[in-house]
Design a protein around this ligand. Sequence first.
Ligand code: NAP
Length: 246
Amino acid sequence: MQNEKIALVTGAGRGIGRQIALKLAEQGITVIVNYNGSEEAAESVVNKITESGGRAKAVKCNVSDYKETEEMIASIVKEFGRLDILVNNAGITADNLMVRMTEEDFDKVININLKGAFNTIKHVNRQMIKQRYGRIVNISSVVGVTGNAGQANYAASKAGIIGLTKSAARELASRNVTVNAVAPGFIQTEMTDKLPENVKEQMQSQIPLKRLGTTEDIAAAVSFLVSEDASYITGQVIEVNGGMNM
Ligand code: NAP
């Protein structure tokens, strides 16, 4: 059955974002599959959704670009008439110890991971207030809570996501718009595949549940937060990390 809700998932061509898009579509939600570089992957997510009877559309946008993000959101609202759910998933890493981290790598990670989420929230704000309805979920990370050597840029961006989430939650609560964050632990995707084997083994040994997380583990938490069952939850950070941080 078609659900009337429209969702935008950023960075939804691959990894965690792809799984979130598929999970929301399973519930009949129309999903806008945002991508920046992975057009083919994004189109294959759209095909998978439409082949199962759902509605989806791929939209290219670099979320770190303020103007491009404004245009993407305006075009979604123009075409679909509303925008109910925003999932800020797009993110990158550029790891290095701070002695070797370049200014460019710091700025790039902050601009995509943190400013990208500001850009989308900023531009969905008015529409969600007008609708008196909205669900925003921002993907943070366990390292945004704990910090991590070699990830000063990434951890700062993900800690920033938590402050952004709580501030937006306070600004929008009176308009029935909830804003929450999901902080994944160590999830098996292309982002973590590129880590050296010894780092992966060392990380896995620190997970009480003794397995890496899956993209489904994260999509399930997001799906709950955008559901009616979570309508009294806002400004929270749900940690989905196998107990890595308690
Ligand atoms: P991934 O497989 O590397 O995918 C990253 C996604 O972000 C891609 O879809 C990519 O789209 C998109 N993206 C990057 N730059 C973008 C931009 N400027 N504009 C729009 N989209 C952009 O990573 P992942 O593991 O699925 O991670 C997804 C999110 O979860 C990230 O925010 C990440 O920080 C967070 N997270 C992941 C883990 C983990 O263990 N994997 C743990 C904690 C948090 P294109 O390919 O189209 O550019």
